[in-house]
Design a protein. Structure first.
Length: 203
């Protein structure tokens, strides 16, 4: 599924403001000073103009945080986070609901593990993490698995239906954000980046 570069805000609301919609709001940790306000404003605008969408974040610093502040200012009960371990940035959680990898039986989620290995840099770490290793090194795999779960869901977590991202357009598709977009693409989940939603704030 390609990016929906020409989608308007009106089209987004018409298509996705329905029961069962899970919309990802996430992106890079590094956010330019000029964009921080835009991230928060987008979260506030789309939460205000919709009633049924559940927004999902990874609770990371940067884009995840600023998006979440906007949504939570309207209705934090419509915001959920998927976190890599219990207590992750607990003082920064804006969401009404939180799901931790610690509460997911990864042995029963082979598709999550398979698609997490799209990130070739962490394949070995993912194997070690799934077999129970919990060192500061192997825990790096938890963040990639968390990103995969955000898209695919798990036994008690619904899959995403749409993704809204803040990417580094000078080096697009890299890191955890790039991995999440890659999983969206592989599973035909439409997504956009700021080239589209910046325009939403002008309309």
């Amino acid at each position: 599924m390609k990016k929906c570069l020409n989608m308007t805000l009106k089209q987004f609301i018409s298509l996705y403001d329905r029961e069962g919609s899970i919309v990802l709001l996430e992106g890079k940790r590094e956010v330019s000073l000029d964009d921080k306000e835009k991230l928060t404003l987008l979260g506030k605008v789309i939460a205000s103009l919709t009633a049924k969408i559940i927004f999902r974040s990874g609770n990371a610093p940067g884009a995840d945080h600023f998006f979440s502040v906007g949504v939570a200012s309207v209705d934090k009960k419509r915001l959920e986070v998927i976190i890599p371990y219990t207590g992750h940035r607990k003082d920064k959680v804006q969401a009404g609901y939180s799901f931790s990898l610690d509460d997911i039986n990864l042995a029963s989620e082979p598709e999550v593990i398979y698609q997490s290995k799209r990130n070739k840099k962490t394949t070995g770490l993912i194997n070690r993490f799934v077999t129970g290793e919990r060192t500061s090194y192997s825990m790096k795999a938890a963040y990639i698995i968390r990103d995969t779960v955000k898209v695919l869901g798990a036994a008690t977590i619904k899959p995403a239906t749409f993704g809204i991202f803040y990417d580094n357009l000078d080096h697009p598709g890299e890191g955890g954000t790039g991995h999440t977009m890659s999983v969206c693409k592989a599973n035909n989940i439409p997504y956009i980046d700021q080239r589209t939603w910046f325009q939403w704030l002008k309309d």
